[in-house]
Ligand binder design. Structure first.
Ligand code: BGC
Length: 445
């Protein structure tokens, strides 16, 4: 790299950096947005009451659960046995196609109810039997009850027409009836973060945060009823309720020119700002915009004219994980990946630079996630006076090399020795199982 190239690159690196001071700022702003959201004032954090408390671990029964919110749609059957124990779920996956995600509400809900019918048949559950169903629907929904809620907006590339503003449980129940399985009733509607938290806290009473860092990102936690000032409904028996933060929309963050470019041409401009810097739907695109710029400035690939980095969303977040995890000599795995997407003859220096960019973008994501997580924990327990288990799930958290470690490093910087009180656990498939747990909590309250 020439001195000029180094200068260009270092300024990009600096712009993506999140110092400890930045993390403290994020935490402060996050707290203030959380409080505004809980008061019902204008805030980038919706702070949605979920009408459900954490499980006790004693809930029992058989439940069907649905999990909709990413690239797959899953139906699960599972038994809760009490004492924090549950059966291994029977799971069936159904691939979602563009027409389901971006077509009409009928195309989406008919498909879901067909899948439920198929699941009942394959599980030999009699169609005429009544069954309670927990529905994980991982989008911003303003809940109006444990089993009702209006979709506020679509995220993660979904745009099925006729759903925003509607009660998604009603739409689903209609589709079930139309399909001849109206005796299956949705008894609980939950966000995936709530499902993840519920699944882990069924067996671990210290668990009080659920986080997803996958295609989209979000978190939930239990809040004292007295702090939910906007609550107008009758007070529930329990004095706390889980809050779906919808943290993907947090917007008090420093944006680089690349973030601004990404947001500027997105279909939800000005929204889901944190999600656009953290989640798997966007990480590859942020990196691509940096590569494209470095190519134009002739710092990378000798300024090649035709490159895959010119194509919007042409560089996937999964590629970043492969590159960040490449331990081969001379980054030969990265060389093969680049060749596969149309960049041949990259130099070792090019590949090193590509890897550094992937690391910079993903480290920023991990440090923003850790700051937001720290904000949620310190909102409940200012001085970290007790233990907290955080249940995490999602492809970025699980699969991006070093992501979890970078979150841990950030926590250590923020809390020094006390950071040990925060335990981060992978709660695999928590969102699906959690819908069943929440249906059980609903049945027992
Ligand atoms: C949605 C959240 C969801 C998160 C993780 C976001 O795009 O708005 O409701 O929890 O993705 O799936």
């Amino acid at each position: 790299m020439t001195t000029v190239d180094k200068k260009i690159f270092n300024s990009i690196k600096k712009d993506f950096g999140i110092s400890i001071g930045d993390m403290r700022h994020i935490i402060k702003d996050f707290h203030s947005e959380m409080i505004k959201g809980l008061n019902g004032e204008k805030s980038s954090l919706k702070m949605i009451p979920t009408y459900v408390d954490r499980p006790t671990g004693n809930e029992k029964g058989s439940f069907i659960a649905l999990d909709l919110g990413g690239t797959n749609f899953r139906v699960l059957g599972l038994e809760l046995k009490g004492n924090g124990k549950m059966s291994t779920p029977r799971v069936k996956k159904y691939a979602l196609h563009v027409k389901h995600m971006r077509g009409t509400k009928d195309e989406l809900f008919d498909f879901i109810s067909e899948a439920v019918k198929d699941f009942l048949i394959s599980e030999k559950i009699k169609i005429e039997d009544t069954a309670a169903l927990g529905f994980t629907f991982s989008f911003p929904v303003e809940q109006t009850g444990i089993a009702s809620g209006r979709l506020l907006k679509w995220t993660k590339g979904f745009s099925a027409k006729g759903v925003v503003g509607e009660d998604v449980v009603e739409l689903f129940n209609d589709a079930l009836r139309k399909n001849g399985i109206g005796n299956v009733t949705v008894t609980a509607l939950a966000n995936d973060t709530v499902g993840t938290l519920a699944t882990r806290s069924y067996e671990d009473p210290d668990c009080d945060v659920g986080i997803i860092i996958g295609t989209g990102t979000n978190a939930c936690y239990p809040e004292r009823m007295s702090n939910i000032r906007k609550w107008k409904d009758p007070q529930p028996k329990s004095n706390e309720m889980m809050i779906n933060i919808e943290w993907g929309n947090f917007n008090k963050l420093h944006l680089t020119i690349y973030d601004k470019r990404l947001d500027g041409v997105s279909s939800n401009k000005g929204q889901q700002i944190l999600e656009k810097m953290v989640s798997g739907m966007y990480l590859g695109e942020v990196a691509r915009l940096v590569f494209d710029d470095l190519i134009k400035k002739r710092v990378l690939f000798n300024g090649v004219k035709v490159s895959p980095f010119r194509i919007k969303y042409g560089f996937k977040s999964e590629y970043m994980s492969i590159i960040s995890g490449d331990r081969t000599r001379g980054l030969s795995k990265t060389a093969r990946l680049l060749e596969g997407i149309g960049i041949s003859g990259s130099t070792a220096e090019d590949r090193k630079l590509v890897r550094t960019v992937c690391d910079i973008v993903s480290t920023r994501a991990a440090r923003i996630s850790a700051s937001a997580m720290a904000a949620v924990i310190t909102k409940m327990d200012k001085d970290l006076s007790r233990r907290h288990t955080v249940a995490l799930d999602g492809s970025v958290y699980e699969k991006h090399p070093g992501f979890a470690r970078n979150m841990r490093i950030a926590l250590d910087e923020l809390f020094a020795g006390k950071s040990k009180r925060i335990r981060m656990v992978l709660a695999k498939d928590g969102s699906g199982k959690g819908a069943a747990v929440i249906a059980a909590v609903a049945a027992s309250s």
